[in-house]
Design a protein around this ligand. Sequence first.
Ligand code: 5AD
Ligand code: SF4
Length: 489
Amino acid sequence: MRPTYHMAIETGETTVFAPLPGDAAGAGAAAGLADTPKERRVYFEVFGCQMNKLDAEIMLEILGNAGYRLTHDPDEAGVILYNTCSVRQQAEERVYSRLGTLRRRKLREPDLVIGLLGCIAQHHGADLFRRMPHLDLVIGTREFHKLPSLIAGVRATSEKRLATELDSPLEFQRTRNFGPNRYQAYVSVMRGCDMVCTYCIVPTTRGKEVSHPPEQVLAECRRLAETGVREVTLLGQTVNSYGKRLGTAGIGLHTLLYGLEEIDGIERVRFITSHPRFMRPLLVEAMAKCRKSCEYLHLPVQSGADSVLKRMKRTYDRDYYLRVVERCRAAIPNFAIATDFIVGFPGETEAEFQASLSLVREVGFDHGYVFKYSPRPGTEGYAIPDDVPDAVKRERNQILLDELGRVQIEKNRGRVGARAQVLVEGPSKSDPAMWTGRTRDHRIVVWPKTAADEAGTFAEIEVAAATALTLRGHRVGAAAAALAATSTQ
Ligand code: 5AD
Ligand code: SF4
């Protein structure tokens, strides 16, 4: 059976999947919706990180193969699924409130199947049925290939189904690219996390590290390249520790970078998210040598204070982080770096916060995210009193964001007058006369559309102006697909 083709609609907080109009298979799927009985219509909403989105796409393919069709209207659906995130309390609460609104409907429509999937499901398991008796399915982070049979089981017996084994590796061969568009694809290379950062629930919800064998990852990338994909982003919780437990010595993320160099069609390679501890020389060397590997790294630091890093059990200190950045900069021309910070970790003093603030300028981050510490039951940090008042967390959050913004705009202004190679994505959302794409170092570029612009091709844009988030310019020509790693951006 043909899988349901779909698009992802970003609502700001979540992603809702909808049938894709215009696409031949999508139109078929949309047209088929009227003929599809309600019990086979699925509404699917995703909370959280890129990994969750990719997992949701995999589930949609599995459901499509089992004859389910997607609808973006929950009222039209006979199956409602949420793929969830538990990294912060706020994300959990949003899911609970969404589920709460279905309570009355389930009383009216007992055949409706409601499923909670992903991290919250993994963490709270059967407790969720007690909290929300109208819930039918709880499926964790490694068993979602069972989705069609679990839905069928609920329908056959009217009994709830729970699937939260963490040991089974997820075996699934995707048959197509899930996006974000035809030219860019995410590829999961490892799952789980072996670290024990005291604030983080991920090791509990996603289990121990499991890497997919390199032949399998590269075969998937080869298939994607054949469908027109030009840029792949390799995904993993600590993606740069890739290769552990594969049983063959010497395999690491660098193996994948070198392997991808040989795949025709793929022109850009990125990977998220890296841990500072695993930015080993072999990997930095591979980034420098592989012309497809982009000069960009997302390397969460979390704090600039050694004492906080120690309490977080991050396994490195400020100096170590700075040396990693230095090593990357020395090897990789035009290297760009993004990061994550947490503010208000238990006991964070003003001096400790100032250490984070000063790190922003010292490193010169090209981009950064800031999160207010959120205590997660089940983590080691939960036992430590959450003693930084919310008002202080909010203030520190803002101060750090402002500083990141100032540094970012200075760095972007430094690009004015330069030429950037851009992978053309298409019209900008706010103004269709302007087109948009990203540079190799992940900066967003907008320019007035020309007749030569075509999504999925490479353009050379001369940068004329910069804001904190975007570069503006005009097209000066086509760009060589993958620039030598030593040339600009
Ligand atoms: N509270 C706040 N932020 C958190 N993160 C992870 N756990 C927590 C938490 N308990 C942040 C980290 C991580 C990002 C994905 O989310 O900065 O890098
Ligand atoms: Fe969480 Fe730390 Fe693992 Fe990242 S490395 S997923 S922050 S435990």
